[in-house]
Design a protein around this ligand. Sequence first.
Ligand SMILES: [Fe+2]
Ligand SMILES: [Fe+2]
Length: 285
Amino acid sequence: MVKILEHIFEELNTVPNFPDTALRALKMLEDENINFEDLAKVIRYDATITANFLKLVNSAYIGLRRKVESLTQAFALLGINQIRFFLVAACAGQYLKRTLHGYNLSPYEVWLHSLGSGVFAELIAEKVKAKHPDYIFTAALLHDIGKLVLDLFVGGELEVIKDLVKDEGLTFMEAEIMVLGTDHAVVGAELLRRWGFPKETIFAVRAHHDEDWMVQNQTAAIVALSNMLTNLLGIGMGSDGLSYRVPPKLLKVAGIKDRELFSLIAEGYQRFQNLKNNLLANSAR
Ligand SMILES: [Fe+2]
Ligand SMILES: [Fe+2]
C-alpha cells in the first residue's frame, strides 16, 4: 500500500497548475471596489477561460435578454459572486472533462456532477446568505478533483473497493482508504493546497465525505450538502454512487430548515437542467 501511496503523491506533480489568470482574477474579486475594466484585461489573456466563461454565462439561468459577447458586457450584468462562480466553472472544465475509468464515469458525467454541485452550492449560498460564497463555489466545483489523480489507481482495484462496499457495508471512501491508503478528498485537498487556494476552500474539499468535519463550518456543510443533493438526483454519480451517510446536523450547519429542503431540491434541479440544456444547445450551434 505504501508503494501505491507514493505513486499517488508523485502523480500529483503531473497535474497542471490551476490557471494563473484565474487565481489572479479571484484575488482581484476579493476587493468589493474592483475595477471591471482591469479584471477584463487580466482574464482576456486566457482565450480558453474567456470563451468558456462567456459560454457558461450565456447558458445560465440568469435571464439575459440578449447574447453576451464580451467580458465587459458580462461583468456589467453579473454580481461579483456570479463572476466568481462562472470563472471557476470555466477553468474546472479542463480538468474534469476527461474519462475517469476507475470510477466508471464519462467526462460528460464528471463535468455535470461538478456543475450540479456548483449550482446547488450557489443556490444554497444565496438562500442562507452565506458568509463566504467565494470559498463555497470553488470547493463545490472542484470537490471531486482528487478522483482525477486517484482514478489512475482505482481502476485495477475497483472490484475490491466495490466488494468492500457491498459486503462489509463500508462507504466508498472508507473502502478507498482500505485499498489505496488515501481517498479522493485528501488528494483533492492537497491539489488545491498546491494551487494556492484559501484554507477554507481546501478544508471543505477535504471534509466533503467526513461526517464530523463537514459540520465544522458553514462552507464545508454547504459543499457536502450540494454534493449529496447532486448524487441524490443521480447527476454523474459513477461507482461511488449513494454509499455515503448524512449526519443529522448537516442541514442545520448549512443554514437550511428541514421544510425548505424539497423546494431547494426542486429549484436546484430546475436551474441545473436549464444550464445543462442551454450548454448543449450552445455547443451544437
Ligand atoms: Fe466526493
Ligand atoms: Fe461528488
